[in-house]
Each structure stands twice: as C-alpha cells, then as structure tokens.
Design a protein around this ligand. Structure first.
Ligand code: C2E
Ligand code: MG
Ligand code: MG
Ligand code: MG
Length: 287
C-alpha cells in the first residue's frame, strides 16, 4: 500500500489524483483557517415588497476572499463545508455576524441560509435560540432559509423542528423552491412562512410558457396556503411587472440590488426603491 512504498510514491500518487479531488482538499484546508484569518465576510441583498417596493429584509450571503486565489464562490465552498463539520463553524460565524448587522436596520429582518446538515444538527432550535438571545434580537427578525433537501430526508423530524422554530417566532422560508422533489401538496405539513421561487423559473418566464405557468401556479397555490411568495433572481423590469401582476408578494434580485456590504445595506434599509407608478429609476445601492 501507499504508506509502505515510501514518500516518493505517495507524492506521485497525489499528483495523479483527480484534479477535482485536489481542489476540494485545498478548499477544505483553506476553509479551516478562513475564519481565523478574517477571510470571510457577509453581503446583504434586499428583499422588497411587491406593493410598495419597500425593503422588508435582507438575505445574508457569505463571501470568502482567499489570500491565495482571490474570491471563491459559496456555490463552490458551501457544498465542501457541508461534507464535513466545517459547515457548523462557518454557519455559526455567518449567523452571529448577520445578527450583529441586523442591529443597524431595525424594522427589517435578516434571512440566513442553513444547509441541510446545519438544520439536522442536534438541538438546532436551541442553538438558534441561543444565538438570537445573545444578539438581543426578536426571533421574528430572523428568517431561516432551508432547502427542500433539508426537510425531505427525514420529514417527520424536520416537521417537528420547523414547528418548534415557528412556535419560538422565527420566520421560515423554503429556498430554491421548485428545483427539488417537493410539491405544494407535500409541503403542507411543514410550518413555513414563505416560499422562494428559484431563479431558474424567473429567468425562464419571458422565454418559455412552461416556466411562466410554473411561476403562476406556485404563486397561486402558495398564496392559497397562506404563504408569502418571494421571487428570486429578478433582473428586469419586465419580470417585475409580470411578477407583480401574477401576485408574488416579494421580490429579490439584481434589478433592485446586487448583494452589498453591510454599510451599503444600512442606507438601503430606509430608502424606497421606486414609486408605484415607477416614474423613478430604482436605487442601485451604489450611492
Ligand atoms: P441562494 O440562497 O439561493 O442565494 C441566492 C443566490 O443568487 C446568491 O448567490 C445571489 O447573489 C444570487 N442572486 C441574487 N439575485 C440574483 C439575480 O438577479 N441574478 C442572478 N443571476 N443571481 C442572483 P451567491 O451569493 O453566490 O450564493 C450562492 C448560494 O450559496 C446560495 O444560494 C446559498 O445556497 C449558498 N450560500 C450563500 N451564503 C450562504 C451561507 O451563509 N450559508 C449557507 N449554508 N449557504 C450559503
Ligand atoms: Mg437563500
Ligand atoms: Mg435561493
Ligand atoms: Mg440558489
């Protein structure tokens, strides 16, 4: 085996390793030190109400700027963190920092992503409650974003966790809705406040009848179930108009603002994006 034949062979073996595996190892190693090195930060993207185009909350999105390779996308490193316990340390950092920033925009909530492994953590409810108490904020100021995968593997236990979170007063959003296996029928047993329609459907709306039909039916049925509907990835005026007509209650996307640092988000928290008749240009967050 590799150990017996000596160092040279082991190195050769490493070099012939699948590139993906090497990248993964590298990311894992770097991520372990990222917090201590101060390489992580958060950006915030506003979620606006359909009716008055007001900012109701901000989604916190983690950023990792590595000293060696520059920024690495969360779509790359979150799945790697998710495969180990690193996700817990990273998630705790995100939550604590998101809650700290929240103090700067009273009246809005902060929406934090939790991966399936975080959600299934022993005593998740106690953990979140502790963090909120430590930050001195109301549970209703935290929206917990989870995905379909987090709740369907062990759905009885997930339903119980969501119920408890809801009892405590947290807001719960089902993220990337429509991309997994869930239907509006089988989410009915979960205590949810909102559905976030995945941006792939919003993106397809103007081009394919199918996407538009899916968006319409999610909005229609979701609202009938008493859920808020947040449309993700809104990029164009045409999408804004179509979604408002379709009845989405909230919108989020580059059209309103890219994710921005906390101090920029702070200014946005008090600003209106546009008037109802849309005679003004929307704020871009770059002011
Ligand atoms: P997500 O939770 O669905 O977040 C939305 C993603 O869409 C973000 O990408 C955001 O920057 C991007 N986005 C927002 N509006 C638009 C738009 O109009 N057009 C386009 N093309 N994209 C838009 P980001 O920040 O790269 O994050 C990717 C994913 O990484 C997130 O998807 C989430 O699943 C995960 N993630 C990010 N931060 C965290 C975190 O703190 N914890 C965990 N567990 N996951 C995170
Ligand atoms: Mg999200
Ligand atoms: Mg999403
Ligand atoms: Mg997504």
């Amino acid at each position: 085996d590799a150990k017996r034949v000596g160092k040279g062979v082991v190195r050769l073996f490493d070099e012939s390793m699948d590139e993906g595996v090497r990248v993964r190892r590298g990311i894992e190693g770097g991520l372990k030190q990222a917090i201590d090195r101060g390489e992580l930060s958060l950006e915030f993207q506003p979620i606006v109400s359909r009716d008055r185009i007001e900012v109701v909350g901000f989604e916190a999105l983690v950023r990792w700027n590595t000293s060696d390779f520059g920024p690495i996308s969360p779509s790359t490193f979150i799945p790697i963190a998710e495969e180990s316990n690193l996700i817990h340390e990273l998630g705790d950092w995100v939550l604590a920092n998101a809650l700290t920033e929240l103090a700067a925009w009273p009246g809005q909530y902060v929406s934090v992503n939790f991966s399936p492994r975080q959600f299934r953590r022993t005593n998740f409810v106690g953990h979140i409650t502790q963090a909120v108490l430590a930050a001195g904020i109301e549970p209703s100021q935290l929206q917990i974003e989870i995905t379909e995968t987090a709740i369907f593997d062990d759905s009885d236990r997930a339903a119980e966790t969501l119920y408890k979170l809801r009892q405590m007063g947290f807001r719960i959003a089902l993220d990337d809705f429509g991309t997994g296996y869930s239907s509006l029928y089988n989410i009915r047993k979960f205590a949810l406040d909102s559905l976030k329609i995945d941006r792939s459907f919003i993106d397809g709306m103007g081009r394919e009848r199918e996407s538009a039909a899916i968006v319409h039916s999610i909005i229609h049925l979701g609202r009938a179930l008493g859920l808020e509907i947040i449309a993700e990835g809104v990029e164009t005026e045409a999408q804004v108009q179509a979604l408002r007509i379709a009845g989405a209650s909230h919108l989020q996307g580059f059209y309103f603002s890219h994710p921005v640092p906390a101090d920029v988000a702070r200014d946005m928290a008090v600003a209106r994006f546009a008037t109802d008749d849309r005679e003004e240009e929307p704020a871009t967050g770059t002011h």
